[in-house]
Design a protein around this ligand. Structure first.
Ligand code: PMP
Length: 429
């Protein structure tokens, strides 16, 4: 594979941007490679600037459940752009988008749009604190909720990838108010509630974590969180930035039948444009300015292009809920093929999959149910796997602690190609 142009571009980028990138994991650092610079994408494929073609299983880290440059989404952006790209004033598109979200996500009665997942979680936490008049928050080791200070404590995703789960620059005061529990361990949450009675504003959780790799919730775990938060007067925040609109039109909460107080959204909701949102009971949401006293704002919030792209994507999902069955069927095919190949190659591994999100952990623990177990994965072996898959035209996440995303744009042939390539690669690593 010839990647001369990407190598040159990365060298230049490193002179211009810290680490050559605008978001850490993109640098391929943890897998020891040189990132490929992407020229364009269509459907399930991307092409780099050297002309190499890849089947893409990263999907921009989640947003592209419909694939790259889906016609309806591109047309909506083009049509909207002609009439102006930002007003900082109300538009009908915002009403339409809010109505769609409220109709699709069971627990959301009112919603506010923002421009990223980080903004959504950061704002939801401030609202929870303002509403309950309490300061502390419980998060889970290995869950990632964006890069706001309160969440960079034992964080997953890139922070875990680079061994930086606690970031310099987060003040002791901020860190003190974030209490850490272990995912799938209800007793660890109960203990924090007992020790901090009357002080906990919220529990925030990725209902199905994707940022320490995919981890399914143990039976009763999320129900237990619901019961504990209600008992102690704290809010339950589902961070559905990855799971929203991915497992069903109503996200993990609908898929699992649990009702959180607040929900944060991102990725798919923007159809590939920078969009986030948070929403919940009207009574809680009405504490936001200008109706209430909790301040939150954004010059580009509800931006017309972002609303147009998001609306187009959500409408496709709403009108064709069969997408979720199709995506899952392909993901099952992928999981089975990989299991087969791993067995044949004698490589110890754990595959966790929920719907169309999946992680293959190079891990000999027998199971991966939390941050500690995920952390015992063989990241060197993952790096070797990643590199050889890439060289063979399969674009996977450049980190062990992320998801493989199957989209509606993947064909069965795309899935079979990944399986075929992995059979060869697993024998070589
Ligand atoms: N929450 C979760 C669950 C996420 O996966 C992410 C991003 N990976 C975020 C929040 C932050 O979103 P963004 O990168 O758009 O700020």
């Amino acid at each position: 594979m010839n990647t001369v142009k990407s190598k040159e571009a990365y060298k230049k980028a490193c002179e211009l941007m810290p680490g050559g990138v605008n978001s850490p994991v993109r640098a391929f650092k943890s897998v020891g490679g040189n990132p490929v610079f992407i020229q364009k994408g269509k459907g399930a494929r991307v092409w780099d600037i050297d002309g190499n073609e890849y089947i893409d299983f990263v999907a921009s880290w989640g947003p592209l459940i419909l694939g790259h440059a889906r016609d309806e989404v591109v047309e909506a952006i083009q049509k909207t752009a002609v009439d102006g790209t930002s007003f900082g004033a109300p538009t009908l598109l915002e009403n339409e988008m809010a109505e769609l979200i409220i109709r699709m996500v069971p627990s959301v009665e009112k919603v506010r749009m923002v421009s990223s997942g980080t903004e959504a979680t950061m704002s939801a936490l401030r609202l929870a604190r303002g509403y309950t008049q309490r300061d502390k928050v419980i998060k889970f080791a290995g869950c990632y909720h964006g890069h706001a200070d309160s969440f960079l404590i034992q964080a997953g995703s890139g922070a875990m990838t680079f061994g930086l789960p606690d970031s310099p620059g987060v003040t002791k005061a901020a860190a003190q108010d974030t209490l850490i529990a272990s995912y799938n361990d209800l007793a660890s949450v109960e203990k924090l509630f007992e020790d901090n009675d009357g002080q906990i504003a919220a529990v925030i959780v990725e209902p199905i974590p994707g940022n320490m790799g995919v981890i399914p919730p143990a039976p009763g775990f999320l129900e237990g969180l619901r019961a504990l938060t209600s008992r102690y007067g704290a809010l339950l925040i589902f961070d559905e930035v990855i799971t929203g609109f991915r497992l069903s039109t109503g996200g993990a909460q609908q898929f699992l039948g649990i009702t959180p107080d607040l929900t944060t959204m991102g990725k798919i909701i923007g159809g590939g444009l920078p969009v986030g949102a948070f929403g919940g009971h009207a009574e809680i949401m009405n504490h936001l300015a200008p109706e209430g006293a909790v301040y939150q704002a954004g010059t580009l919030s509800g931006n017309p292009l972002a609303m147009a792209a998001g609306k187009a994507a959500l409408q496709i999902l709403k009108n064709d809920p069969g997408i979720y069955k199709r995506v899952e069927a392909k993901a099952v095919r992928l999981e089975e093929g990989l299991r087969n190949n791993l067995e044949k190659a004698g490589v110890p591994a754990v595959i966790n999959r929920v719907g169309g999100m999946m992680t293959l952990f190079f891990n000999d623990q027998g199971q991966v149910t939390n941050f500690e177990q995920a952390g015992k994965s063989d990241t060197k072996r993952y790096a070797a796997f990643f590199k050889k898959m890439l060289e063979n035209g399969i674009y996977l996440a450049p980190s062990q602690f992320e998801c493989t995303f199957v989209s509606d744009a993947h064909t069965e042939e795309d899935i079979d190609r990944l399986i075929e390539v992995s059979e060869k690669v697993l024998k070589e690593i």
